[in-house]
Ligand binder design. Sequence first.
Ligand SMILES: N[C@@H](CCC(=O)N[C@@H](CS)C(=O)NCC(=O)O)C(=O)O
Length: 200
Amino acid sequence: MTIQLYDVPKSGHCHRVRLAASLMGLDVDLVSVMDMDGQRQGAAYLAINPLGQVPTLVDGDLTVRDSIAILQYLERTYAPDQGWMPTDRRERAQVDEWFAISAGVMFRGPNMARLIKLFKMPGDHDAAVAQSQKLFDLMEAHLQDRAWLVGARATLADIACYAYVAVANEGALDLTPYPNIAAWLARVQALDGFVDIPRS
Ligand SMILES: N[C@@H](CCC(=O)N[C@@H](CS)C(=O)NCC(=O)O)C(=O)O
């Protein structure tokens, strides 16, 4: 059975899922929500995701409507032995923490800065920059003595956190002061099966 991903190419939330599927070697049919009548707010898409948000994954009779929930579903269902989720309970807690960061300060920081600068959404860019700096300072210190966000190999944490950091410049954010983050981005990009988020 084909897995369908309702997708918007420039969405970092959608990119997480495309990246995970590609790294896991899964075939996923992309359905561009941009091509649907009314896009995210059209009746056809709202019937699939009443929040009008992307991504949404449809696998048979199951619909999953959140990028982090989708990452975990794909890993548990199709790639449980590939090591994308640690088995150690302490490392799992750390992955959960990065999931929360990706939905919290990552959302309010680099995601919001990019929405304001690239997509001209109304919002407080200074506040998004402040949030981004907190996040980047945290990541830079965390990556000082480690290659990956959790444990000794790439995990769902790296997959979840990659996109909005990689396109930080599109939100007028400067990564120059963060060499450890730059090295981590390069390590993610070197993974077998890596696919990037389209740049503007
Ligand atoms: N918690 C959701 C958030 C997804 C999200 O915010 N998607 C954005 C695109 S990057 C969206 O669809 N925004 C439209 C809206 O919120 O109305 C997830 O992780 O999938």
